[in-house]
Design a protein around this ligand. Structure first.
Ligand SMILES: [Zn+2]
Length: 78
């Protein structure tokens, strides 16, 4: 009888664990947009999309090149 109680407790724990994981996952998939491997940003001057790590950072946003950052009369905030 003692083992039966433990079996019920363990099964309940597994069920609760699975339920909590299942309850968390679907809303996260729906609410967040599809995640791209690298975060894409648009050039604030010409609108070209490029990975954020390749973009030039300016005070007003991201740029595809330092020339476009200069053309937008922006400068590096760092
Ligand atoms: Zn550009």
């Amino acid at each position: 009888m003692k083992y039966l109680i433990w079996l019920v407790v363990i099964l309940a724990a597994i069920w609760a664990f699975k339920r909590s994981r299942r309850a968390v996952k679907p809303p996260a998939e729906k609410s967040t947009p599809p995640v791209t491997p690298s975060n894409m940003v648009g050039c604030a001057h010409c609108g070209l999309h490029l990975p954020q790590e390749e973009a030039v950072t300016g005070a007003k946003g991201f740029y595809c090149s330092t020339e476009h950052r200069a053309a937008a009369l922006d400068r590096n905030p760092a």
